[in-house]
Design a protein around this ligand. Sequence first.
Ligand code: GTP
Ligand code: MG
Length: 370
Amino acid sequence: GETISIGELAKELKKQPKDIIMKLMNLGVMATLNQDIDFETAEMIAIEYGISVSKKLTEEEIEEKRYNFEDRPEDLTKRAPVVTVMGHVDHGKTSLLDAIRNTSVTTGEAGGITQHIGASEVSLKGEKIVFLDTPGHEAFTTLRARGAKVTDIAILVVAADDGVMPQTIEAIDHAKAAGVPIIVAVNKIDKANANPDRVKQELADRGLLIEEWGGDVISVEVSAIKNIGIDTLLEMVLLVAEMLELKANPKRPALGTILEAKVEKGRGPVATVLIENGTLRVGDPVAAGATHGRVRAMFNSHGKTIKQAGPASAVEITGLNDVPTAGDKFYATEEERHARAMAEKRQAELRVSTLRKTPHISLEDLFNQI
Ligand code: GTP
Ligand code: MG
């Protein structure tokens, strides 16, 4: 294809050649002044400077703008809350969700330990709530941090027989860092040695003052096993959600976060996506981190095939060309090539960070060549 020397490109863009070389390094390309680079790379440099050089670029810029655009107030509609259940290992997070969903996920877990973010949707008096389960085991800090980031409300589960423990504190910190309101669920109150007052005291010691104690944190005493207090807890969730006045624009292309992803035999890469805004449809071109593709099939949290999903939905999709990384941002695009361009840009960024970790050539060497 077409090529251009770095010297020429610098002249075209009215920039210093060494600045161009720095930009190229940022894209993972090592080059010297007299070296020719291909036109596509030159275009990427131009994008970096915000200069459009062709029609293709202009379209891409439009695409970029669409992600950053502010939703018009008239397009906004009420959306369901995303609620993350957090707390110390074995305090009963999954059991609580089982009680809420009338399922029994806990019994199917290896060693009874949650190792991923499980997403589920529940309908309550016609109101939808999206729940994310998180692991309490200390090894899964990043999953908890991610869970706190994408959520609207955190349910902090504390076992009444065990009290505030290290991952309880960690969960409080994640929720506070993410600016997410906390609802405390004091669980296992059916146990003979349950001591809910001690839990409340310990929470107060950690700066989490519940209503009974003159604070503003809602707390509900529950038993996941004996099905006590579950309805009250759900009412509180809806109450807090109501106060948050959560809104989204179903008319825009979908925007979200990858919760988890894996390869499945016969299905290829399978990703669980939390759609935060917009509507995702089967056939939509999508980008997620360094991966891209088209939505081939989509399933809701009950495993049912669906054709489209609106804001605040947890769905499973197939059709990506590779396995994205949990936590990657997810975008639907109008044109497939835009999705590909976004994924390639991310790949280039990843290459740069890999290069930074394994320097083959020093900056000094590079400039000595100029
Ligand atoms: P991780 O996901 O590993 O962090 O654990 P978890 O918080 O999801 O706890 P899980 O729901 O797996 O429950 C741990 C144990 O506590 C299980 O044996 C449950 O049966 C038990 N348990 C959970 N809730 C209650 C409760 O309300 N009362 C009693 N007595 N036991 C409970
Ligand atoms: Mg669990």
